[in-house]
Design a protein around this ligand. Structure first.
Ligand code: THU
Length: 134
């Protein structure tokens, strides 16, 4: 299913849950499952900075922990308060590659309501996956 206006309201709700005492940069993620459920994600920072988890991975980890499996996801919407819509970091792109279909839409938004559509494969071309271990 393609982008719907309520995805933006939902992802902005998720963003408010961010725990960002260090960067003050709130990121939200709204992960839709193919069976019609959704998971929120927010970035959760840590005084030991590398222990921070991004919003995208938060939503995916929540879904997998609830029993969802690779291939169960329909889309992810991400939001930031920035001049340009959010762009998932390299680590999140790798985790998206692991858990989501290559053609799954990734909707990147910002506080102005701008939206850029991409896909997992577009964000991580020639990405490494379990197939490469065979
Ligand atoms: N962040 C995300 O949540 N997602 C990304 O893809 C990029 C970065 C977070 C991590 C950190 O809490 C803050 O944004 C600044 O890097």
């Amino acid at each position: 299913m393609s982008y719907q206006s309520h995805y933006f309201q939902e992802v902005r709700k998720a963003q408010q849950r961010a725990y960002v005492p260090y960067s003050h940069f709130k990121v939200g993620a709204y992960l839709k499952t193919k069976d019609g459920r959704h998971f929120y994600g927010a970035n959760v920072e840590n005084a030991a900075y590398p222990a921070t988890i991004c919003a995208e991975r938060s939503s995916l980890v929540a879904a997998i922990s609830e029993g969802y499996r690779p291939g169960d996801f329909e889309s992810i919407t991400v939001t930031v308060d920035a001049e340009h819509p959010s762009s998932p970091c390299g680590t999140c792109r790798q985790v998206l590659k692991e858990l989501c279909d290559d053609d799954m839409p990734v909707y990147m938004t910002n506080h102005k309501g701008e939206m850029i559509k991409s896909t997992v494969a577009e964000l991580l071309p020639h990405g490494f996956s379990g197939k490469d271990l065979e």
